[in-house]
Every structure is written in structure tokens, then in C-alpha cells.
Design a protein around this ligand. Sequence first.
Ligand code: IMP
Length: 194
Amino acid sequence: MKKLVFATNNSHKLSEIRAILGDRMEILSLSDIGCHDDIPEDAPTFEGNALAKAMWVKEKYGYDCFADDSGLEVDALGGAPGVYSARFCGRPHDDAGNNAMLLEKLAGAESRAARFRTAIALVVGENRHFFNGEIHGCILEAPAGDGGFGYDPLFRPDGWNHTFAQGTPEEKNAVSHRGRAVRALIDFLENNAI
Ligand code: IMP
């Protein structure tokens, strides 16, 4: 069976994609291949970071691989926090701090329009393929809901009357940036002999 590494150790992301691909393909995590490296993510774009992670695995471990990178882009902040989404407040993965920083920076802003974006890079042999997903919405004045993670309590997708943090995981996956990018990747994997 074709083996493909997903450059992540996020068990939720792994089981989601394994369930969809079934026994058509074996999806390995970073720990499955003995990779415990702190892979640098310092590119200026989501695509660049996703490709850097996938190339790291390909070059160092020899496996075909895909990797993802996501974040929030806010119009009034010129696209920030973008690739700095996980550490906007200066501390990595401090969701409460990041949300507080976002509200502070948007105080008095005319536009609160924003979008989440995901880029996936797939490296197969010498070939590289990219898949993208985005969801547009706006940043509320105060957090609402306790589901999800990251900026979910502040993000209300266009057409919804509640935030991502107030929706169910299924409702979010159906429209989210990550859901869309993953479905584009899966469509490619199912329809191309790689
Ligand atoms: P990652 O590349 O998927 O790890 O996402 C990087 C950062 O972007 C996360 O740590 C969050 O701050 C933010 N982010 C990405 N996707 C989401 C989402 O679906 N909801 C809320 N925040 C997100």
C-alpha cells in the first residue's frame, strides 16, 4: 500500500484523514517515522511553511509527504496575524492572549472583516502540489462560545449568526478553511495515481 506522511502529530487531524482514505493509502504521522524534529516554520506565507515542512520530511526521511499551515488574516490589520497567528501575543499557542491582542488591535477599526486560510503542500517524488481553503467572516467585539480552539470564539463566518466556537465540529468542518483544503487534497489523492 502507498505510504504517505502527514507532517503532524495532531491526532484529530490524522484520524480525520485516515477515516476518509480508509485502506487506499497508509497515512503515517511524524512520530510514526521517528521524526521528533522541531521543524522550522519561518516562511512569510502559509504555502511556504507547508512546503518547508513537507520538504523537510522528504529530504531527511525519504517519504512522500504533505503538510498544512493555517491562520487568520484581518483586513484592518493588513492581513495580520497571518503566519504569526499561533503567537500573535508573543507567546506560542496562548489562545486567550492571542484573542485579547486581536481585540486590542481592532478597537475602533472601521472594518472587522477577516478570513481563515489553510494551505496544504503535497510532495510526491519531484512533484509539488498545493491545495487551499478559506472562509470569510468577521471578528466580533467580544468572545462567544467555548468550542473549537484559537480564534474560534471571536470569528463569525459570513451567513452564520454565531461564532465557530458556538457551532458543532461537523458544522465547522463543512465550511472551514481546513475542511475545504483537506477535501481538495483528498479529491486529488482519490483521483490520481501517485
Ligand atoms: P495551524 O497551522 O493549523 O497550527 O494554525 C496556526 C494558528 O492559526 C493556530 O494556533 C490558531 O491560532 C490559528 N487557527 C488556525 N485554524 C484555526 C481555526 O480553525 N480556528 C481558530 N484558530 C485557528
